[in-house]
Design a protein around this ligand. Structure first.
Ligand code: ATP
Length: 716
């Protein structure tokens, strides 16, 4: 077992697990890349002994009738409706089993149980009396979805040919009164929720993530976690969960292309409740308020998502922040709404049905999580594995030659007919092997080309993103209104082109990802066929002639391996050049921004006659030295290296003025200024790649809008 501090949104476990390149099962929808996804909604009706006063009648596997008391029942339809007699297994098979397959294919998936207090959520997710349960039997028919999912994942991994390529880790937390607790390490106290600068990646700092190869261990950890969960008897439910419990199961699958990571979130939400009805007081009442607030936040997100809102506020509660990925489409998500059929729970049941109805119309775009650690070294890494495959084949063939030495006189004793037949068979076998090998190489090349092309597209997309942010920055911030229309038209054209390019690149990427996937499958079949054919060889090698044939085959394989190595080096160099080109472009862009900032600051200094602080004076003189040395080397260097920041002299009226030196004060420590209109930078430098050239437009002298606080005037 490995215990790590885990991230909520990115699995970073220790080593553990096992390995295998077993073909993962087909995804529920065969989705790879981006696809339109509907949030799947199921409703489960809790069993009751009440026969007379009832508000729910299940009419089919997908619909039910709800009587709000007016005796005019309303029909609600969902993806699945589970009646009172539905077994745990049935609920699992229809809702969670397809998601487990997706997770084993490297996708993210989530199941969350929603409903009023006492409606059966914990029963569905964990089974009956999870707190009291001590059985480690994850195969018992009453266990909940969490244990069933763990059971299926381990079953799959264990039955796979190369199970050592899989690594399974879990983390389990609860949100109680808006505080996060680690259920696998309850003594750790409350944990912090953190997110990156862009609010994209949510992590729970210090959350344990346990990696293990033993399913029994996972099961006992889960049971232990359940016992640590905050549960209290309330008037509505003797074993009421007062917290939201979120289990995350991460499956990492090592493949020849990198490590894929799938993740399954299983969430047992605390039940919504009405204070009046539950008769809760004090602590229970406060818990209820927190529960309701976070469920309200969840409800708001669902409303916004179902209405197709562009902005969804996930920030209102920790629950929604943690479930953001599950709700916003980076995940396949199933919501199981729970209802109580008794008439006395009519209001809560109606609320849940309406809630589930809204969730029914949420559609999102599923994103493939892809590989977590590949491409960085591509194409080298990929080629290396290919070459090692080929070398392995050579070794295998060679070992056949060594083990099966011809027995002396064997050939002489055979009669001619047998000999001929044998030769014909061998010829056929050899032809088949060569044919399969050729097919394999063809597919491998196709795969490499697809990979290489995808890498190129990735870099192209990055370039377009840079162009977009470059122009958005220029149009939005750095330039004065004076020639706004000009800039806008230039910028608008550049932006439009970049967006168009980006759309085309994305389309092309999707196409190539499909090609890659198909080719991978074909290659695997072809490889298996090749291995089978080669397996037939040992018994047949009995003559020097046959041995020669085999040696020839080895040679072909070796040559092919060498060829692939060379190809790999060439492509690696190409990719590296492209990468460096992008880095240069990025660095140049940053340099231009710095120059713009310096220009604006200098403009403020000149215009406001601000006394130059010593440190700044020093920096300027260093800068001047730097510029001097780079202008000396310009004779041999590129023209843009020597370009000074586009600083305009005091008194110049337009950015295009032809002053060739600073006219501020003769003793100015500031660098000499080049004329922006005569510079070749915009024509030749990397900035040119950002689209049409644009000169910086700084505020006119005397018309600059300065706030007194921004300018420290020189004391006279
Ligand atoms: N499908 C079911 N079959 C048998 N018993 C069930 C089923 N669903 C719920 N129960 C029983 O009903 C009671 C309440 O269920 P449970 O504790 O799962 O509700 P809950 O929605 O999780 O409540 P809370 O939000 O208060 O935690 C429990 O005793 C549970 O065993």
């Amino acid at each position: 077992m490995n215990r790590n501090n885990g991230n909520w949104s990115s699995g970073s476990g220790g080593s553990g697990g096992s390995t295998s390149s077993a073909m993962p099962p087909q995804t529920s929808g065969g989705v790879v890349g981006q696809a339109e996804e509907k949030l799947v909604v199921a409703v489960r009706v809790r069993p009751t002994s009440e026969v007379n006063d009832r508000c729910i009648e299940v009419s089919s596997n997908t619909s039910l009738l709800f009587d709000d008391g007016s005796n005019r029942p309303r029909r609600y339809a969902y993806d699945f409706v589970f009646g009172e007699d539905a077994s745990q297994e049935m609920v699992y098979e229809r809702t969670t089993a397809p998601l487990v397959k997706d997770v084993l294919n490297g996708l993210q998936a989530a199941v969350f149980a929603y409903g009023a207090t006492g409606s059966g959520k914990t029963h569905t997710m964990l089974g009956p009396n999870p707190r009291r349960s001590t059985t480690n039997d994850s195969q018992s028919p009453t266990v909940g979805l969490m244990l069933q999912a763990i059971e299926s994942i381990f079953k799959y991994v264990e039955s796979s040919d190369d199970s050592k390529n899989f690594r399974v880790s879990i983390s389990y937390l609860e949100i109680y009164n808006e505080l996060i607790r680690d259920l696998l390490n309850p003594g750790a106290g409350t944990l912090e929720l953190r997110e990156d600068n862009r609010g994209q990646k949510i992590t729970v700092a210090g959350l344990s993530e346990i990696t293990t190869t033993s399913r029994q261990e996972v099961v006992s950890l889960l049971l232990k976690g359940n016992k640590a969960r905050t549960m209290e008897p309330t008037a509505a439910n003797q074993t009421s969960s007062r917290s939201h419990a979120l289990l995350s199961i991460i499956v990492q699958i090592r493949t020849s292309l990198g490590t894929k990571q799938g993740r399954l979130f299983l969430t047992d939400l605390a039940g919504s409740e009405r204070a009046k009805k539950t008769k809760n007081h004090g602590k229970r009442l406060q818990e209820g308020a927190h529960i309701n607030r976070s469920l309200l936040a969840l409800g708001n997100c669902i409303n916004a998502l179902s209405g197709g809102a562009r902005y969804v506020n996930y920030r209102d509660s920790k629950l929604t922040r943690l479930l953001k990925e599950a709700l916003s489409g980076k995940c396949k998500t199933v919501m199981i709404a729970h209802v109580a059929p008794e008439g006395k729970h009519r209001d809560e049941t109606k609320n849940t049905l309406v809630y589930a109805d809204r969730a029914n119309s949420i559609t999102t775009r599923l994103q493939n999580t892809g590989y977590i650690e590949h491409n960085k070294d591509f194409p080298m890494k990929h080629y290396q594995s290919l070459v090692s495959d080929l070398r392995e084949e050579v070794t295998r063939l060679r070992s056949k030659m060594l083990t099966e030495r011809p027995r002396s006189g064997a050939a002489v004793n055979r009669n001619t007919v047998d000999d001929e037949k044998r030769k014909a068979e061998l010829r056929y076998l050899r032809e088949q092997i060569v044919l399969t090998f050729k097919q394999q190489m063809k597919l491998r090349r196709k795969l490499l080309e697809a990979e290489s092309h995808l890498l190129g597209l990735e870099l192209d997309a990055e370039r377009q993103h840079m162009i977009i942010s470059h122009w958005q920055g220029r149009m939005g911030k750095l330039y004065d209104t004076q020639a706004e229309e000009d800039i806008e038209s230039e910028g608008t054209v550049a932006l439009k082109n970049a967006w168009g390019e980006l759309a085309a690149i994305e389309k092309e990427s999707r196409r190539y990802k499909e090609i890659r996937e198909r080719t991978e499958q074909e290659l695997e079949l072809c490889r298996q066929k090749g291995v089978q054919l080669e397996d037939e060889l040992p018994e047949r090698i009995s003559s020097d002639e046959e041995r020669e044939l085999l040696a020839l085959l080895c040679r072909v394989h070796e040559l092919e391996a060498d060829k692939v190595s060379l190809q790999a080096e060439r492509l690696a160099r190409q990719a590296e050049l492209r990468r460096r080109d992008l880095q240069l472009l990025r660095a140049e862009r940053q340099r231009r921004l710095c120059e713009d900032i310096i220009s604006s600051q200098r403009r403020l200094i000149e215009d406001g006659h601000v006394e130059l602080p010593d440190e700044l004076r020093e920096l300027y003189s260093l800068y001047q030295q730097e510029i001097h040395s780079s202008s000396v080397s310009t004779a041999v260097g590129s023209s843009y290296e020597r370009k000074l920041p586009p600083i305009y002299s005091a008194g110049s009226n337009s950015p295009g003025s032809s002053s060739s030196s600073s006219e501020w004060i003769p003793s100015s420590p500031l660098p000499v200024i080049d004329d922006p209109t005569t510079t070749t930078f915009n024509q030749d430098g990397p900035d040119r790649l950002m689209g049409p050239p644009v000169n910086a437009r700084l505020p006119k002298i005397g018309s600059s809008r300065r706030r007194p606080s921004q300018v420290r005037r020189k004391a006279t």
